[in-house]
Design a protein around this ligand. Sequence first.
Ligand code: NAD
Length: 310
Amino acid sequence: MSLNGKVAIVTGSGRGLGLAYAAELARLGAAVVVNDVDAQTAADAVASIETAGGRAVAVVAPVGPTETAKLLVAAAVENFGRLDILVTNAGVLRDTVLWKMSDDDFDTVIGVHLRGTFTTVREAVLHLREQSEGGRIICIGSPTGQRGNFGQTNYAAAKAGIVGMVRTWALELKRAGITANAVIPVAATAMTATVPYFAAAVEAEAAGEPMPAFFRHDLGFGTSDDVAGLVAYLASDAAAGVTGQAIGVGGDRIQLWSHPEPVVTGYREGGWTYEALEESFGDVFGAELQPVGERFPPLPEELQGASANA
Ligand SMILES: NC(=O)c1ccc[n+]([C@@H]2O[C@H](COP(=O)([O-])OP(=O)(O)OC[C@H]3O[C@@H](n4cnc5c(N)ncnc54)[C@H](O)[C@@H]3O)[C@@H](O)[C@H]2O)c1
């Protein structure tokens, strides 16, 4: 199998997307360090991977502090002898509008997502560089980090920051043969289950029925398993030439995101004074000002009932 002999760490992999990533990496032959803050969830995840014929151990510790990052790398090396793949997936939400967001709401989300990604990748890279056999860093972003989202100041900052770090790491780690990519997932999990817009899709999944094509195709919204294939691909030798990318996946859809590029460039000899901008800002940029936020199409009528009940 394509990941035979490889060792992976997946943070926040007790349930949801992280569990799907861990299970898929294990199915393809990797030994996996499962991590979560909840001991039972982590133990259940290890048991399900082992039942399916895979190899896994659990580290129950909160991602964020450097001590946890050290525990994760040590668990990979002590239990399985090496480290090849790190997936930074652990996450929490503390949604509210800016003017109601507390310092704690901000620090908690930044601490788990942004600091947690930084500390675990730094620790993994210290080991991978020493091991000198390349490696794979896969960091989980979000559409919110790419475009912004109402009520998610903290999460938007963390997820945009993660993609910013990935671009930097792709440059810094190239020489060591370590790739760094961001995956931008969308899937039905505990995190999205309460969003009314997705209610019909979440209900279909809970009932064991296929999700309506509107969600899978038009919105790129599906199950956690729909995202796991891309994570496993980026972890494999087949993706050795792929680094510094942000790739969105969900349902039946996959998308390569652009990195921010200037869309309009203007020049004025002597520079852009206030007066010059007052006169010509509209002419230079007028039609090209950029939209923000995700643009969701209206829900088809037959899918609206579930949303109203959610
Ligand atoms: N579900 C989606 O549509 C979606 C979209 C974009 C991004 N994401 C991202 O995907 C990742 C997984 O999300 P999910 O939807 O599976 O959520 P989830 O809530 O189902 O799972 C997150 C897991 O992380 C664990 N966790 C939380 N804090 C932790 C910490 N400090 N250390 C270790 N584990 C911790 C939780 O216990 C849980 O098991 C997150 O980074 C999330 O932001 C999800």
